[in-house]
Structures are given as C-alpha cells and as structure tokens.
Ligand binder design. Structure first.
Ligand code: ZN
Length: 68
C-alpha cells in the first residue's frame, strides 16, 4: 500500500479498521477511505464497493433515524 487507489495520492492517514479488523486508510486528497486490500487481486472486486458503500449508508441512515 503506497498510494490511494482512488486518486493515486500518497497523502493518506490511518483511519481505524474495517469490520473485519483490517487496517483502513483515509486519503487526504480525495477524502475517500480504502483498506489494505486495495492493490491486491481482491481489489478487482472493487465494482462491488459502490453497492457496499450504499448499503452501509442506508444502514447508518436507518440507525440514525431510530436514535432520533
Ligand atoms: Zn485519494
């Protein structure tokens, strides 16, 4: 892991971990997050990321509504 998979910037910082305990990073340039799997063959599954991100946001929205 040396550059952001989204914008190729090397200016990123650690950003907690994923649910699976993998290191997560946040790019300071595009402000998107990615995990240490990026750049590996598994990153080819990236096409699923948008759907994954969408469902995660939906889940968060639902949770916030429940709290409020
Ligand atoms: Zn980036």
């Amino acid at each position: 892991m040396s550059v952001c998979p989204h914008c190729d910037s090397a200016d990123f910082t650690k950003y907690g971990t994923t649910g699976c305990g993998q290191q997560r990073y946040k790019c300071k340039s595009c402000e998107r997050t990615f995990n240490s799997l990026a750049g590996t063959p598994l990153a080819r599954m990236r096409r699923q990321d948008k759907w994954h991100q969408y469902s995660e946001e939906m889940w968060l929205t639902t949770k916030i509504r429940q709290v409020a």
